[in-house]
Design a protein around this ligand. Structure first.
Ligand SMILES: [Zn+2]
Ligand SMILES: [Zn+2]
Length: 211
């Protein structure tokens, strides 16, 4: 799998390009303030962006959606339970002292149907708790079993997502992590919305919020 990660100030939120080596089809995950870098990287990689996938609709994860829609004719996916956050993007920005552009409308709500790019399949698992519409995107090469997880702000290397923002709930978050994420094998690679990658096994063994 082609995988590129970019993050910039002030949120240092990870924006991802995931692509198929064979077909050069790709998905963008959580485009934010690093949108320019993602666009440059798409050009360098010579991939064809087919999907814009959002793990959730906090402001740091969506400020680049408009730029992506300007560049690529790809649909934007979101869980419908985060629509209130998405529609409140301008207010969310103001809360952090930023003036942001309202992102273009969501095209498709996740409904449990897998989405695909090239030879890869993305299974979408609802993981509320950090916010109501948080999802985990489990990317697998067709015919293979090991997934790479993009978990948004649900789980971090050594930490878990905050639950003090609107719609957040600690018990729900812990249930999502233990019930959904920890159902994956220990060697499963986890990419979080902020910070470095980790694995399910490492977090199961060492995450102070979960051991
Ligand atoms: Zn968040
Ligand atoms: Zn975030």
């Amino acid at each position: 799998m082609i995988l590129e990660v970019r993050a910039v100030a002030p949120f240092y939120k990870n924006g991802f390009i995931v692509g198929c080596e064979r077909t050069r089809e790709a998905a963008i995950i959580d485009p934010g303030d690093e949108a320019d870098q993602l666009v440059a990287s798409v050009r360098d990689l010579d991939v064809d962006v087919r999907l814009i996938l959002l793990t959730h609709a906090h402001i740091d994860h969506i400020t680049g959606v408009g730029r992506m829609k300007d560049e690529y004719s790809a649909p934007v996916y979101l869980h419908k339970d985060d629509l209130f956050l998405y529609e409140g993007a301008v207010e969310q920005g103001a809360m952090f002292g930023f003036s942001v552009r309202q992102p273009p409308p969501v095209d498709i709500y996740y409904d449990g149907t897998p989405v695909t790019f090239g030879d890869y399949v993305v299974q979408v698992h609802h993981t509320p708790g950090h916010c109501p519409g948080g999802v985990c995107l489990a990317v697998t090469r067709d015919g293979e079993s090991s997934a790479t997880l993009f978990v948004g702000d649900t789980l971090f290397a050594g930490s878990i997502g905050r639950t003090d923002l609107p719609g957040g709930d600690m018990d729900t978050l812990l249930r999502s992590i233990r019930g959904v994420l920890f159902a994956f094998p220990d060697d499963t690679v986890v990419w979080s919305g902020h910070g470095p990658a980790t694995t399910i096994g490492r977090e199961r063994r060492t995450n102070p919020f979960l051991v």
